[in-house]
Write a new protein. Structure first.
Length: 263
């Protein structure tokens, strides 16, 4: 049995002395470094990283840039809502102010303010949801007639003219206003007329084209159903039949909202 201090280095188990290198201790040199190479630099924190004040300034600039980007995106979104639903600049300002003061999602706020559904991301072939179930049903019925032939005076179910398609779709949606012409519907719903910037899905839209039926300028010679996003469902051409198409804004003379669809 060995006695006295155990000669660890003699048996391969020794370690170099713990005195460290000359000129360094456990505190290192000036700065906060604890090992050579970690001495720091005057005016900086550990490992040469920026000071806390510099870091906070960088974070502040990043947050300001992010807020600006969010604001720009919000304005684009509200502008799209305004164009779709006819919201005024004052409405947009009110919604933006409410959102910045801790309000709800702007899409939901717009729904509440305008009484309409948020802007849909669906395709035109699948019309946007309207403010009421009746509106959606009316749109669905009309769009289901795509591809059926145009025949002047026809009111379905196998063929339609423009006002015949409107009459058929309204009746199937439970709105019994009777069969009339495009200018007949224009006169019927004159008290619920809407302008271009007020149009929403389900509204009737009126056009005037030169004609040989004695219909003067300002009175409707054609009618279609507005679907939103500048698209409409209608029929006016034997070569094309009933179909979804772009609104002809050059011939557009006004729109109207069917009160029965909102009762």
């Amino acid at each position: 049995m060995l006695s006295g201090p155990f000669p660890m280095q003699q048996y391969g188990m020794g370690m170099p002395g713990m005195t460290g290198m000359q000129g360094t201790g456990m505190t290192g040199m000036s700065g906060m470094g604890m090992m050579p190479g970690m001495t720091g630099t005057q005016g900086t924190g550990m490992m040469g990283m920026p000071t806390m004040n510099t870091t906070m300034a960088m974070l502040s600039q990043m947050m300001m840039a992010l807020q600006l980007q969010i604001m720009q995106q919000m304005m684009q979104l509200l502008a799209a809502f305004s164009k779709q639903q006819g919201t005024t600049t004052a409405d947009m300002s009110k919604l933006m102010t409410g959102f910045l003061n801790g309000g709800t999602n702007p899409a939901n706020a717009f729904t509440s303010a305008a009484g309409a559904a948020p802007l849909s991301t669906s395709s035109v072939a699948t019309p946007q949801t309207g403010p009421t179930a009746k509106v959606q049903n009316f749109i669905n019925i009309a769009c289901a007639q795509q591809g059926k032939p145009y025949v002047f005076g026809a009111e379905g179910p196998n063929a339609f003219d423009c006002s015949g398609l409107v009459a058929y779709s309204l009746q199937k949606a439970g709105i019994n206003v009777g069969r009339t012409t495009a200018r007949g519907y224009q006169a019927m719903f004159k008290n619920s007329a809407v302008s271009r910037d007020q149009l929403q899905p389900g509204d009737l839209i009126f056009y005037h084209y030169k004609n040989n039926r004695g219909i003067p300028s300002g009175q409707a010679s054609h009618i279609e159903i507005y679907l939103g996003n500048g698209m409409a469902m209608g029929t006016d051409n034997p070569k094309e039949g009933a179909r979804i198409e772009k609104v002809d804004w050059n011939a557009f003379i006004g729109g109207a909202r069917v009160p029965g669809l909102y009762s």
